[in-house]
Ligand binder design. Structure first.
Ligand code: HEM
Length: 402
C-alpha cells in the first residue's frame, strides 16, 4: 500500500474559474492519486484524481451521499448538504425508489419524442440571434433560453417565469463565494414556487411530468412524499438548465478559440463524436466534486480510506487520465474511444444525460449550419466568466459575429 503524502494539500486549488484545470490534478495523478486534502470547512478529506479511483468512489455502495446530509463533513462551501428528497443526496435503495419514478421520462426513447420540438425552439432562437444582429450575445439569446424552454415545457412550469427561477437556480449551484443564507433562501424560494405549481397541476392535471409525478404520489403515498415531489421538481428544473445552458456556451467558446469551427462546418457528420470529446475536455463542474462518505474501511488505489472519511472524486481530473485517454490534453474531435465521466458514473449517473446530449446535438448542428463563419466578437481574454460564486462554469456573456 502506498503512503499518502503526509502534508494534506489545501483544496480547492487556485483556480481562474474559466475552463482551465489546475495543474495540481496532473501532478497528483502522476505522484499521489489518492491525496489527503484540507477543506475550507469541516476538516480533512481525500481527493481521488485517477479515472479508476473516481469510478470506485462514484459507483461502490460503500461510499454514501446520504451520509453527507446535514453533516459537518469536510466541504468546499459553508453550507451543509440538504436532504429532503434530493436525488443526489440519497443512497440506494431509497434513491432507486425515487429515480424510478422519473427515469422513463428521461429515457432515450422519450427524449427522442422531444427532438422535433427542440429543433423548433432552436430555429426560433437562431432567428432571434440573426435579428439582434452582430455582435450578439449567444448566452442571453441562445444557450440560456434553449434548455430553459425545453425543461419548462417538459416539467410543466411557465417559461415566462424564467427570470425568477434562473436567479435562484444559479444561487442553488452557488460556489464558495455565496453565503449559506443566500443558498438557503434560494432553495426555499424555489420550493415555494414549485409547490404552487404542484397545487395548480393537482387541480388541473396537464400532459407533463409534474402531473405524472402528482398522479404517482396521489395513487400511492408510499411511492413519494409531498416534500420529495416538490424537491424532485426543483432538482429537475434547476439541473435541467444550468448545466446544459453553460455547456452549450462552453462548447461554442472551446471550438472557436481552438479554431475548430470550420472543420465541423465542413463535416457535420462528426458532431456526435466531437460532442463526446467536448464533454470530456470542458471542466463544466470545476473542482467542486460532490463528496461521498465511506460507510466502512475501503481501499482505493492502494490507500486505506477509513469508515467516516470524506472523499472527493474529481471527475474533471479523471477525464484527463493518461492511462485511459491518449494525449488527454489534445482536443481530438475524432477521439475513437471516450469513456469520459462528464455525466458521472454509478447510481447518480446524470438523469438528464440523454436529454442534454439531444439538446447539445440539435443546438450545435443548427449553429454550424446557420453561422458557418461564427467568430468571437471580443478577444477571448475579455470574455466575462461566472467566477467563484457558482459551481457550474460558463461565460456570463459570449459576444459573437458571423
Ligand atoms: C451537459 C449537461 C449536463 C451535465 C454535464 C451533467 C452532469 C451531471 C453529473 C456529473 C451528475 C452526477 C453528479 C455526481 O454523481 O456527483 C449529474 C447528475 C444529475 N443530473 Fe445532470 N448533467 C447535465 C444535464 C442534466 C439535465 C438536462 C438534467 C435534467 C433532468 C440533469 C439532471 C440531473 C439529475 C437529476 C442528477 C442527479 C441524479 C441522481 O442523483 O440520481 N442533468 N449530472
Amino acid at each position: 500500500m502506498t503512503t499518502p503524502q503526509d502534508e494534506p494539500m489545501k483544496y480547492p486549488f487556485e483556480d481562474d474559474h474559466r475552463l482551465t484545470i489546475p495543474a495540481e490534478f496532473a501532478e497528483l495523478r502522476a505522484k499521489c492519486p489518492v491525496q489527503r486534502i484540507t477543506l475550507p470547512y469541516g476538516g480533512d478529506g481525500w481527493l481521488m484524481t485517477k479515472h479508476a479511483d473516481v469510478k470506485t468512489v462514484l459507483g461502490d455502495p460503500r461510499f454514501s451521499r446520504a451520509a453527507t446530509v446535514d453533516a459537518d463533513i469536510p466541504r468546499t462551501t459553508p453550507w451543509k448538504t440538504e436532504g429532503g428528497g434530493d436525488l443526489l443526496a440519497m443512497d440506494p435503495p431509497e434513491h432507486a425508489r425515487l429515480r424510478r419514478l422519473v427515469a422513463a421520462a428521461f429515457s432515450r426513447k422519450n427524449v427522442e419524442r422531444w427532438r422535433p420540438r427542440t429543433e423548433q425552439i432552436v430555429d426560433g432562437l437562431i432567428d432571434d440571434v440573426r435579428s439582434a444582429g452582430a455582435p450578439a450575445d449567444l448566452v442571453e439569446l441562445f444557450s440560456m433560453p434553449l434548455p430553459i424552454t425545453v425543461i419548462c415545457e417538459l416539467l410543466g412550469v411557465p417559461v415566462a417565469d424564467r427570470h425568477f427561477f434562473q436567479h435562484f437556480s444559479e444561487l442553488v449551484f452557488g460556489g464558495a463565494g455565496v453565503s449559506a443564507e443566500a443558498v438557503e433562501n434560494a432553495s426555499t424560494s424555489l420550493a415555494t414556487y414549485l409547490a404552487e405549481h404542484v397545487a395548480r397541476h393537482r387541480a388541473e392535471p396537464q400532459d407533463d411530468l409534474l402531473s405524472q409525478l402528482i398522479a404517482a404520489r396521489d395513487e400511492d403515498e408510499d411511492r413519494l412524499t409531498e416534500e420529495e415531489l416538490v424537491t424532485l421538481g426543483v432538482t429537475i428544473l434547476v439541473a435541467g438548465h444550468e448545466t446544459t445552458a453553460n455547456e452549450i456556451a462552453n462548447i461554442v467558446h472551446t471550438l472557436l478559440v481552438n479554431d475548430l469551427w470550420a472543420g465541423l462546418v465542413a463535416h457535420p457528420e462528426r458532431v456526435d463524436t466531437a460532442l463526446d470529446e467536448l464533454l470530456r475536455f470542458v471542466p463544466l463542474g470545476g473542482s467542486e466534486a460532490m463528496p461521498r462518505v465511506a460507510t466502512e474501511d475501503v481501499e482505493v488505489g492502494g490507500t486505506l480510506i477509513r469508515k467516516g472519511d470524506t472523499c472527493f472524486p474529481a471527475m474533471i481530473s479523471a477525464n484527463f487520465d493518461e492511462d485511459v485517454f491518449s494525449f488527454p490534453d489534445v482536443l481530438d474531435l475524432d477521439r475513437p474511444h471516450n469513456p469520459h465521466l462528464a455525466f458521472g458514473f454509478g447510481p447518480h449517473y446524470c438523469l438528464g444525460a440523454q436529454l442534454a446530449r439531444m439538446e447539445l446535438r440539435v443546438a450545435l448542428t443548427a449553429l454550424l449550419r446557420a453561422f458557418p463563419g461564427l467568430r468571437l466578437a471580443l478577444p477571448a481574454s475579455e470574455i466575462p466568466w461566472r467566477g467563484k460564486d457558482t459551481l457550474i462554469r460558463g461565460p456570463r456573456e459570449l459576444l459573437v459575429s458571423w
